[in-house]
Design a protein around this ligand. Structure first.
Ligand code: PMT
Length: 224
């Protein structure tokens, strides 16, 4: 890896799950340890980028050299990303934000004696789609797709629907790939249709591959 080859780039990375509270003791969330997003932030710092890491709740240590923004809900993650993207060049959305939240937050713990809880859900904002829609000239928007079947087909659909430059397709049903583990196996798919299936490797190495692909894409566009 070339030393500091990402110097001059400001990269915003999202990582971890978001949490949507039901009452003071219960919540909805998604599976994500944050390892993939933190690995991207670490490698980007090591390669000289300015990095803002917008993180949901994880058990991981802060990334030295990165600006850490800690959030809990998807709304909070959106607010953090919006702020960070005002001056950034690249968004890499590795987080697993909760897609739904309870329509009502119960201020007091729901007692079992009150009977079964009925939870109406409403959609949370799609951070990636919003930031892609609002992108400024020169911003590169990269998403992930966590899939359990037909990963390439669904990944391509997400790339197109959200108007992304690059999508990192993650078949999370494969052993050694996806949530919690230190390795991952992904396929990179670009807007122009280039497909690059990477072998299983450490998340830090996957991170480097993603960052190099972003660097190449930006170079192709003449730094646009
Ligand atoms: O954290 P780890 O344990 O290391 O696991 C890594 C991972 C499996 C979480 C990661 O590699 C991964 O696949 N992250 C994306 C998880 C996800 O939410 O995928 P999705 O296909 O549901 O979402 C598609 C894209 O939209 C993602 O880039 C996601 O960050 C983004 N999104 C989704 C919902 C939402 N409300 N806002 C978003 O920005």
């Amino acid at each position: 890896q070339q030393e500091r080859d990402l110097a001059g780039l400001h990269i915003v990375v999202t990582a971890g799950p978001t949490v949507e509270d039901i009452d003071p003791v219960r919540y909805l969330t998604n599976r994500s340890s944050g390892k993939m997003g933190y690995a991207i932030a670490q490698q980007a710092v090591a390669r000289g980028a300015q990095v803002t890491l917008v993180s949901g709740p994880t058990h991981l240590q802060p990334v030295p050299g990165a600006e850490m923004l800690y959030v809990r809900s998807t709304d909070e993650m959106l607010a953090g990303v919006e702020r960070a993207m005002e001056h950034a060049d690249v968004l890499i959305a590795a987080a697993a934000p909760a897609d739904f939240r309870p329509a009502v937050f119960y201020e007091h713990k729901w007692k079992k004696s009150q009977g079964l809880m009925h939870i109406d859900l409403v959609e949370t904002p799609d951070i990636l789609a919003i930031m892609s829609q609002r992108r400024r000239r020169g911003q590169t928007i990269v998403g992930f797709a966590a899939e359990t079947r037909d990963p390439i087909q669904y990944g391509r659909k997400k790339l197109e629907e959200k108007g992304l430059d690059l999508i990192v397709i993650n078949d999370v049903s494969k052993p050694g790939a996806g949530f919690d583990v230190d390795t991952n196996q992904v396929t990179l798919l670009t807007k122009s249709g280039e497909v690059n299936e990477l072998p299983m490797m450490a998340k830090h190495r996957v991170a480097d591959q993603i960052l190099s692909r972003i660097k190449d894409l930006r170079a192709q566009l003449g730094g646009e």
